[in-house]
Design a protein around this ligand. Sequence first.
Ligand code: GTP
Ligand code: SPV
Ligand code: MN
Length: 596
Amino acid sequence: MSVLTRNPNVIKWVEEMHALTKPDKVVWIDGGNAQLTALKEEALASGEISLLNQDKLPGCVYHRTAVNDVARVEDRTFICTNTQEEAGPTNNWCDPKEMYDKLIPMFDGVMKGRTMYVIPYSMGPIGSPLAKVGVELTDSIYVVLNMDIMTRIGVKAFENLGDTSNDFVRGLHSKADIDQEKRYIVHFPQDNTIWSINSGYGGNVLLGKKCFALRIASYQGWKEGWMAEHMLILGIEKPGGETVYVTAAFPSACGKTNLAMLIPPEGYQKKGYKVWTVGDDIAWLKKGPDGRLYAINPENGFFGVAPGTNEKSNYNALESTKKNTIFTNVALNNDDKTVWWEGLDKNPPINAVEWKGAKVNGPEFKAKGENLAHPNSRFTAPAKNCPCISKEFDNPNGVPISAMIFGGRRAKTAPLVYQAFDWRHGVFVGSIMASETTAAAIGAVGVVRRDPMAMLPFCGYNMADYWEHWFKMGEELGEKAPKIFNVNWFRTDDDGKFIWPGYGDNMRVLDWIIERAVGNAEAIETAIGYEPKPEDINIEGLESEGVTVDVVKNLLDVDPALWKDDASNIREFYKKFGDKLPKELENQLNWLEDRL
Ligand code: GTP
Ligand code: SPV
Ligand code: MN
């Protein structure tokens, strides 16, 4: 196999990593069907993946990771900048030299007896001025097959890089022994380098995703004047054909994929509203020639949470998984080799294989309170499978953004929706985001933590500098900056039940947001920002679910006592940043407290 590129920077680096990891064989991934099909066959033969029912799920395969390796590992994820101050108080930091000295012996000879796959890939449409190239070296075919879905791989990525450029992200991954004590997910932003060892799971190993497209890219965006954000991108087509694009940042497993693919309620459909998906997890944003902010989705597929996905909650996501999809850590129906997860339907398979690999009777197993699928089990599905994929999906220039939305899981404090007074206040609103933790990362679930802009685990530099960068972007965009909003679908009643129906009905909130963004909707000024009048949220058709104007009023309620508590918690959080905290944020916090 030829090396697929003449670029000496790539060749030299691959040779160095080859000498370090000492694989038996090196295979360059060209992106063609013949090679990928052969690799899939090889992984099927070795048992790394297994074939699902090819009549019901053509092209689909199934994979289980090690039991200790089912989510991102935030405590083992490092940002190795030259100084600790550059990484900031919210990242694990280590001196780059010290980290290389620790990891080099671990990588030394780690691929002996294995094959090293060289995966060239583009984040963003090939040829887009916003796209960037990465190369991932891995000893896992599962990673190759996932990267093929999630990114644009192969020779075309090298063509985009050109023969001389040195602007590519160097990713090195080895499963090693999947030893959780020796698991490291390490970023060297100043070297454009990512090293990942001892994991085979998702965000730890698909290095184009969180590692590059957020941690490294956020650092690059800071240096180069653009933004990498943990945001979905969606287009709302209004009756008459105008499409308004919005982005939304929610923490992991807090509803990005669902919002990105929502199906509007019947009343909206009848009027002619349609929703188009541009991205479900990550947005790269840059000022365009007309002065507006444009977004591309750097990814090419969805790595979505399986549990909870069903015909009703997310029809489009489910449809996306019907062909050429990889399922990871879901349950298997052993009778017909189909897949199952909690929330898919009410019929857990009787002849089931649970996510750890044990054959069980599904209904009996569930009666014991066990999960058949892991709560963070996932599907890897090609974006082009999605029935509502936007026609702008491959547009190299991206789509112009009218509104940016922040949101999280808050049982009480945050109202259903509010708008920031202006961009600077909007940066404050993003910086004070908090959310209950989920199964997307190893650790306790349901604990409220501050998660600014949903970037806490993904910002590749000091968050104080990141906030400064947001302020600077706002200044550059001026009047043309998107309007900023905050939403919360997760308020609960005294029994702990969600009050707002969510999912497709979130369209009712988006409706107010997009009208407000262009100055068509009214608002009430509150202590925390602009809110809709309760009767301005369209609840037509929700009566049967018990949603009345009074319920909306309750959802929009701002409890000063809760907010005062929150403000003191924010003050504590801000203290971590010492002198680096932008003065503007401190002012904003003082003003909030005054207004409360
Ligand atoms: P990552 O892929 O980890 O970044 O997650 P995500 O932000 O894309 O979250 P996703 O859309 O996959 O949703 C995660 C969980 O939240 C699923 O169990 C959904 O069923 C649930 N969820 C999504 N939207 C809503 C909503 O509007 N209301 C409620 N109650 N739950 C929701
Ligand atoms: C997330 O956790 O935000 C994900 C899944 O999108 S992972 O790719 O594992 O990061
Ligand atoms: Mn995500």
